[in-house]
Write a protein that binds this ligand. Sequence first.
Ligand code: SF4
Ligand code: F3S
Length: 104
Amino acid sequence: TYVVTDNCIRCKYTDCVEVCPVDCFYEGENFLVIHPDECIDCGVCEPECPANAIKPDTEPGLDMWLKLNADFATKWPNITVKRDPLPEAKEMDGVEGKYDKYFS
Ligand code: SF4
Ligand code: F3S
């Protein structure tokens, strides 16, 4: 599966949802997640994210993100249509450790 990682937080550009052939993105207030059981590993979303937040789970160090994606995907609503990025997207793009800073 592919996973949405830290840099999506407080950016939420949503370009990713438009290209996913199986509509497996789910939307929280501050970021999106991918449902790991629905993602078919096509990889088309990865280059579409302006924040480079989407990674294949074969990359090392993504255990926490895999878990987070799997967990929130069952709680948040599906999103299939692009919307405006969050107002602070530009400033927040590239800020390190957003999950730790804002959610713990
Ligand atoms: Fe959707 Fe393909 Fe991205 Fe998986 S890799 S989330 S199927 S676009
Ligand atoms: Fe997030 Fe990138 Fe999609 S910032 S909403 S994963 S396009």
